[in-house]
Design a protein around this ligand. Structure first.
Ligand SMILES: Cc1cc2nc3c(=O)[nH]c(=O)nc-3n(C[C@H](O)[C@H](O)[C@H](O)COP(=O)(O)O)c2cc1C
Ligand code: SF4
Length: 444
């Protein structure tokens, strides 16, 4: 059977839902009403039974996270992570542009489950298309008496990758720079002071948007899509060298091949597909992995990952060194500098990769990269250097000959662009990307 989409979060006809009335007419708010008649523990049990795994990148079970916060002492808070800074990922903004009400309903369900004092949506000031939209929805919900005015706060943050890291996000909510804290957020939370815990649930936009449907239709309904490992649907951003790049909501468990060759239409030109990156946290995926199912567990068990569902596809016309440097450069530029091994390590690795990319690299550069990826994670506060230490060696392991000094790069398309997505045009089926920094141009 041909690969197909399964739209549950996205409207079936992709027509945006533009008013609370429209949302209610389609069954919206029934989940919240039901949730408000349930206790926090009943809701935690329900979400645990549904098997929802966080869609922010790590696939952490939402029920376990909620349970931890629920059983902590102190005032509780809930935060929706709408920072969406992962290269190649656009799902949260796409979902909000189609149906922002699900996220709000999910946020209020989470707040009810935690008996929270406040709910916060952390998003970026630069998301100028969606910020007015979520502001309007918040006002509509307040005017309709569904939420107390001021209970939901929208915090506009900077364009930093670390703003999406949950401990960086909490710092921004508290009025500081997105520099990750030492402690896991559920132990300290927002408005943290040394004498007080404010345990906080942080969930991604898509994770929260699944909640109203799970509560309304039940865990079995949710589990009827996806697979045992990762139940439910997921919204995929598919970019790069495929015929039909796009935004696809799929039943998880679909094979990588069905996504790339079915929905994506396969390679866009005469070259075969060579490497797929699911964001910048996982090992590069090569064609021998294409029959794996798109779920968190099996991809991880096979050394790759689902991430936040952003798949960047590259064909044989690309030089892997260009791509490796591009991702390393992104991570090095995103490192905030609080931990020396991360800050120095990611920069040093990027510099050695640049030498190889410029055709003046030697074996010593390759050795230095391997050494640095082994120690850039020492005593660091967040996951960013782990991403470097996972992704960079995987490129070298899978394509060792391409890193050899003197490797012939004639014939490669050297124009690369870090795929930071700005928008997606449904009509043309094309992504619009942010401008690449100047140094991304082809080396002379
Ligand atoms: C460097 C870095 C950047 C991240 N950026 C995002 C992001 O933009 N959006 C997001 O939801 N999660 C992001 N995460 C993951 C969050 O820290 C957190 O795990 C997630 O919001 C939890 O939500 P979930 O359990 O619903 O997935 C990032 C993590 C790291 C290490
Ligand atoms: S590990 Fe890197 S990015 Fe994370 S807090 Fe430390 S220096 Fe900043």
């Amino acid at each position: 059977m041909a690969a197909q989409e399964t739209r549950v979060l996205l409207p079936e006809d992709l027509k945006p839902i533009n008013s609370l009335e429209e949302y209610k007419a389609a069954g919206g708010l029934q989940g919240l009403e039901k949730a408000r008649s349930m206790s926090g523990q009943e809701l935690i049990d329900l979400i645990t039974k549904a098997g929802l795994r966080g869609r922010g990148g790590a696939g952490f079970p939402t029920g376990i996270k909620w349970n931890t916060v629920y059983n902590e002492s102190g005032n509780k808070y809930v935060v929706c992570n709408f920072a969406e800074g992962e290269p190649g990922t656009f799902k949260d903004r796409y979902l909000i542009s189609k149906n922002p009400y699900l996220m709000f309903e999910g946020l209020l369900i989470t707040a009810h489950a935690m008996n929270a004092k406040e709910a916060v949506i952390g998003t970026k000031e630069k998301f100028t298309k969606v910020v007015p939209r979520i502001t309007k929805v918040k006002e509509e919900l307040e005017a309709a008496g569904i939420v107390e005015p001021g209970f939901i706060r929208i915090v506009l943050g900077p364009d930093e990758y670390l703003f999406g890291e949950e401990k960086g996000l909490l710092e921004v909510i508290d009025g500081r720079y997105p520099m990750p804290r030492m402690f896991p957020p559920y132990m300290v939370g927002i408005h943290w002071t040394p004498t007080e815990n404010n345990p906080t649930v942080v969930n991604n936009v898509e994770s929260m948007s699944h909640l109203p449907l799970i509560v309304r239709h039940g865990p079995e309904w949710f589990r009827s899509r996806g697979d045992d490992d990762t139940p439910g649907t997921g919204i995929i951003s598919l970019t790069g060298d495929v015929k039909q790049p796009g935004m696809y909501e799929i039943s998880l468990g679909m094979s990588v091949r069905d996504l790339i060759y079915g929905l994506g239409g396969g390679p866009r030109g005469k070259h075969e597909i060579k490497a797929v990156f699911s964001g910048v946290s996982n090992r590069v995926m090569t064609p021998d992995k294409f029959d794996l199912p798109l779920n968190f567990g099996e991809l991880r068990a096979n050394g790759v990952g689902l991430g936040s569902g952003g798949f960047m596809v590259y064909d044989e016309s690309r030089w892997i060194v260009d791509l490796t440097w591009m991702f390393s450069h992104f991570l090095a530029q995103s490192s905030c500098g609080q931990c020396i091994p991360c800050n120095m390590g990611t920069r040093v690795i990027t510099e050695h990769l640049l030498k190889i990319r410029d055709g003046v690299g030697t074996r010593a550069d390759l050795d230095a990269i391997i050494t640095e990826t082994g120690r850039c994670t020492n005593q660091t506060r967040c996951f960013l250097p782990v991403q470097e230490s996972v992704l960079i060696p995987s490129c070298i392991d899978n394509f060792p000959e391409e890193f050899e000094p003197g490797f012939d790069t004639s014939g490669f398309d050297r124009n690369i662009l870090i795929p930071k997505i700005k928008d997606f045009d449904d009509e043309t089926g094309q992504f619009i990307f942010e401008d690449a920094p100047k140094e991304f141009l082809q080396p002379k």
